[in-house]
Design a protein around this ligand. Structure first.
Ligand code: HEC
Ligand code: HEC
Ligand code: HEC
Ligand code: HEC
Ligand code: HEC
Ligand code: HEC
Length: 311
């Protein structure tokens, strides 16, 4: 028992020392005082000028003295349209572990040997302060790390594409509004942008070019799937404007998509004992609960008969 207490104390001490405690206790609490905030921004600016300005430029616009040497240019850190949606954890990861940690190029080096997590958070405060349009904390919702995220053949990040660059879901999943399937983008669709973007120095995008050259589709691993004997059509659901996220979760905040779906034995046992746990996503109960609810509250005509969902 004592041993466990000591371990727990140690874990808390480490978490606090590492700044985890800080974020846990400050987020949602009263805002830090304006003085402390100004101090962080100032400290962040000094670190920025020392470590980042050579590449990202004195004002953060991506035009430092070394910038010309990179095929993929240092990011314009003042561009709020791209930066504001990126959560602190994403920036922290890139700054401490380098671009490849999030699928970006090694042109962005790791700074874990030079910066503590506390200093990195001060840097992030500074970067937030120079964003235009201005940054507001509610713009960057935290990353979501869903369970059962497979290792995909290419590190493709929805945080970058749908979060930061705000490419519309249906630009890539273009079949959703007209067919049963949402569809995954073809290699050609990816290449429409990546013939140029990242083509010279991003190893993840080099893999994409390899598939294109060989004329092969990318073997993405499926995450959301109902059994063969069940029909799920996207089209009617998209037509009544149910957001993709209602069924799939906040995809734009997932660096790798994953989900905990389908029937679970434990739930069946709990139900057998007379309880009613909320239906798990992609189970029959989940489909039917929403259909009943929508028919009752919005006058929809979602099917409840067996054959429409099973044939
Ligand atoms: C040696 C040059 C270099 C230095 C030094 C450097 N960066 Fe970068 N940084 C880059 C490049 C190049 C990219 C673009 C990577 C890509 O898009 O593949 C980048 C990208 C980034 C991004 C990602 C932005 C986005 O839109 O996803 C952030 C954040 C960032 N840098 C912050 C910093 C900070 C903070 C520092 C200082 C601690 C720093 N960088 C130092 C070259 C550098
Ligand atoms: C509408 C344009 C567009 C399309 C379509 C597109 N991308 Fe991107 N992609 C971008 C931009 C912009 C970046 C950011 C580049 C940077 O900052 O270095 C990016 C970054 C990436 C990266 C590195 C960051 C990450 O996500 O890990 C990979 C890998 C990537 N794309 C793969 C793909 C694949 C695979 C497809 C097709 C399924 C695709 N992209 C479709 C615009 C696009
Ligand atoms: C640039 C293209 C692109 C954009 C934009 C994009 N996606 Fe994706 N999406 C992909 C690719 C490629 C995959 C397959 C790899 C993976 O699972 O990450 C995927 C996978 C998925 C999956 C999992 C599919 C499965 O295997 O079951 C869902 C759900 C999804 N996307 C929803 C969305 C939503 C919602 C949005 C908008 C918020 C969105 N996507 C925006 C390219 C894109
Ligand atoms: C009402 C719930 C629901 C909504 C809304 C929904 N999906 Fe799906 N989605 C599912 C289910 C269920 C599956 C599994 C279907 C299967 O196995 O045939 C799925 C599968 C997928 C897949 C896997 C590949 C494919 O072709 O089906 C992608 C990608 C996807 N959805 C993206 C989207 C996008 C993008 C949107 C919004 C435009 C969206 N979904 C809206 C429930 C939904
Ligand atoms: C709104 C769509 C929908 C309707 C209506 C529906 N089902 Fe299902 N059903 C599903 C889905 C999705 C699954 C697969 C997931 C699961 O097993 O929960 C499923 C699974 C099943 C299974 C397999 C269960 C298991 O444990 O493997 C049976 C049997 C079944 N349904 C029978 C029926 C019968 C009988 C009706 C009519 C009273 C019906 N379903 C109506 C969507 C539906
Ligand atoms: C978030 C709510 C929601 C969920 C979850 C949902 N549906 Fe639906 N579904 C609807 C609504 C609303 C409609 C009616 C659309 C209309 O009125 O045209 C519908 C319609 C349908 C239709 C009828 C299509 C047609 O052409 O008439 C089928 C089949 C269907 N859903 C299957 C499923 C299956 C299978 C699942 C689970 C895997 C599911 N739905 C989950 C809301 C939902």
């Amino acid at each position: 028992m004592r041993g466990r207490d000591i371990l727990l104390g140690l874990a808390i001490a480490l978490a606090v020392a590492g700044g985890l405690g800080e974020s846990v206790f400050t987020s949602g609490g009263p805002p830090a005082s304006a003085d402390a905030d100004a101090h962080d921004v100032k400290a962040g600016e000094a670190l920025y000028l020392r470590y980042c300005a050579v590449c990202h430029g004195d004002a953060g616009r991506g035009d430092g003295s070394s910038a010309a040497g990179f095929a993929t240019k240092p990011a314009d850190l003042t561009d709020g349209r791209l930066m504001n949606a990126l959560p602190d954890e994403f920036l922290l990861s890139i700054i401490l572990r380098g671009g490849p940690a999030e699928g970006l190029t090694a042109g962005m080096p790791p700074f874990a040997d030079f910066l503590s997590e506390h200093q990195t958070r001060q840097l992030i405060r500074y970067v937030r302060a120079v964003a235009s349009p201005p940054f507001r904390p509610q713009m960057a919702k935290p990353l979501v790390t869903p369970p059962n995220a497979p290792r995909q053949p290419i590190l493709f990040s929805h945080v970058v594409h749908a979060g930061s660059f705000q490419i519309a879901c249906q630009y890539c999943h273009a079949d959703a509004r007209r067919s049963e399937y949402a569809g995954l983008p073809s290699v050609e669709r990816c290449m429409g942008c990546h013939k140029i973007i990242g083509a010279q120095d991003n190893p993840e995008i080099a893999k994409l070019h390899d598939y294109a050259r060989r004329g092969q589709p990318i073997p993405w691993i499926r995450v959301f799937k109902v059994p063969e004997f069940t029909v799920f059509p996207h089209k009617p659901h998209v037509r009544v404007e149910i957001a993709c996220q209602t069924c799939h979760g906040p995809i734009e905040r997932m660096r790798v998509v994953g989900a905990d779906t389908g029937p679970k034995l434990g739930d069946d046992l709990v139900r057998f004992l007379g309880f009613r746990p909320p239906a798990r996503a992609l189970t029959m109960g989940w489909c039917v609960d929403c259909h009943r609810e929508r028919n009752a509250t919005r006058g929809d005509h979602a099917p409840l008969d067996c054959v429409t969902c099973h044939h």
